[in-house]
Design a protein around this ligand. Structure first.
Ligand SMILES: C[S@@+](CC[C@H](N)C(=O)[O-])C[C@H]1O[C@@H](n2cnc3c(N)ncnc32)[C@H](O)[C@@H]1O
Length: 245
């Protein structure tokens, strides 16, 4: 049976509910930010393009967007949407970046870099992004800042939602040595029990900057979010922009 180390695992297990579950995550600010980096023209590449939550509205702004994703089930959802047929998508592992480029912009958002479950895989991804970026191009990542205080004795349990006939629980285990969190999002409803698994390997911003440096990239800007507020020690997440050195 496929497991967390299978690149398609997350997408294949979440595709059926992904758009509904993240419907509240408005892509407008991200699209504005990314479109602003494309003023000079060129092509953009979304790693882990998923169902096109951001790629489709970005393409609607006249940006030529390509994508990579490991999960055919996620890409099928993208294809079923208006404009989804027009986006070139390569099925593959985002760590390998199996395209030639060059791209003015490569972006990997919504914490998805952390879906690569080791330092080495994340560093491999940075290295391959550097290979396909054009001179002066941008690599944009959006990640949360790890907050290990939410775990007690390596565990966390949270109630995400309760309705008249359903409840959604999130149960997690934290491995501090591996910087890894394994979660089941469990829905109880009148159809039964549904499990949606997620595994991530988190990195602090400083580790990401080291990976960038080793790949021949350098951090240009780090913001608190898509609205370009300054990043600071209280920021729960960051949008970081790297460029070739
Ligand atoms: C949280 S979704 C993000 C989708 C999209 N970027 C967005 O912002 O809505 C994660 C996506 O990453 C893809 N994915 C996870 N691991 C991957 C890997 N190793 N290579 C390529 N795609 C991967 C999944 O299939 C899924 O489409």
């Amino acid at each position: 049976m496929a497991g967390f180390d299978d690149a398609a695992f997350y997408g294949d297990r979440w595709a059926a509910v992904y758009d509904q579950r993240f419907a509240g995550r408005d892509p407008v600010a991200a699209v504005d930010f990314l479109a602003g980096l494309m003023n000079g023209g060129g092509r953009a590449l979304e790693l882990a393009i998923g169902t096109g939550r951001v790629a489709l509205p970005l393409a609607a702004r006249d940006v030529m967007v390509h994508g990579i994703d490991a999960s055919q089930a996620m890409v099928d959802r993208l294809r079923a949407k208006p404009g989804g047929d027009a986006i070139r998508v390569t099925i593959g592992d985002m760590a390998e970046v199996g395209v030639t480029g060059p791209y003015r912009l490569v972006y990997l958002i919504f914490n998805t870099l952390f879906g690569l479950l080791s330092h080495d895989k994340q560093a491999q991804c940075f290295g391959n992004v550097a290979r396909v970026l054009e001179p002066g191009g941008f690599f944009v990542i959006e990640c949360f800042v790890p907050d290990t205080t939410r775990f007690h004795r390596g565990q966390a349990a949270a109630v995400q939602e309760v309705t008249e006939d359903s409840a959604v629980l999130e149960l997690s285990r934290h491995d501090a040595a591996a910087q890894r969190v394994t979660t089941q999002v469990i829905t109880f409803d009148q159809q039964g029990i549904h499990m949606r698994p997620v595994a991530i390997r988190y990195s602090w911003p400083a580790e990401l900057d080291l990976m960038a440096g080793q790949a021949g990239l350098k951090l240009r800007d780090r913001y608190d979010g898509w609205d370009r507020q300054p990043f600071n020690s209280a920021s729960p997440g960051h949008v970081s922009v790297c460029q070739p050195r």
